[in-house]
Design a protein around this ligand. Structure first.
Ligand code: ADP
Length: 148
């Protein structure tokens, strides 16, 4: 039964350098498209220190932040704007928790994230965690005219 009040939303997904390096972008995108979500924007880009400081301001004081910044600059990433009903929550659910070792089989991080020491960092994708975050992050990674 469809739930009432399901919101049409757009979320921001980043395919992190581990996903790009391991050629996982296609299969992860397929998982999301199989759910019926649609692409509003997609592009490859490198991430500057400035955009990473802004995007990861909530972990900027953590001891692991320099490693995360270095990881996110290892190779280009793929930014994706994905739309659909309740897409923000559903994309996070399909992704799984931060630590790939704690993520259940069947989730993207559980199936495809790092399992050998970098499991908290090399976790395939970023995805917005709230409507407010999605709005700010879409603006951060996509310019006017790049969303359709
Ligand atoms: P999420 O991406 O699951 O929302 P956070 O916003 O808490 O997680 O953290 C941002 C990113 O920083 C994570 O996706 C991961 O790449 C990295 N990270 C988080 N915690 C750690 C940690 N303890 N050690 C190394 N990297 C981490």
């Amino acid at each position: 039964m469809p739930r009432l009040n399901m919101a049409q939303e757009t979320t921001l997904i980043l395919f992190k350098p581990d996903a790009v390096q391991k050629n996982l972008v296609g299969q992860v995108l397929a998982r999301y498209q199989t759910e019926g979500f649609t692409i509003r924007g997609i592009k490859m880009m490198t991430l500057s220190d400035e955009i990473l400081a802004e995007h990861y301001s909530h972990i900027a004081e953590m001891p692991f932040f320099p490693s995360v910044r270095g990881f996110m600059q290892e190779s280009p990433i793929v930014a994706l704007a994905l739309a659909g009903e309740d897409v923000i929550t559903k994309v996070r659910d399909l992704l799984g928790p931060t630590d790939s070792n704690a993520a259940e089989a069947g989730t993207i991080r559980g199936d495809l994230g790092d399992k050998s020491g970098d499991s908290k960092m090399r976790n395939v994708c970023h995805a917005s965690d709230s409507p407010e975050a999605a709005q700010a992050e879409l603006k951060r990674f996509f310019n006017d005219g790049e969303l359709f």
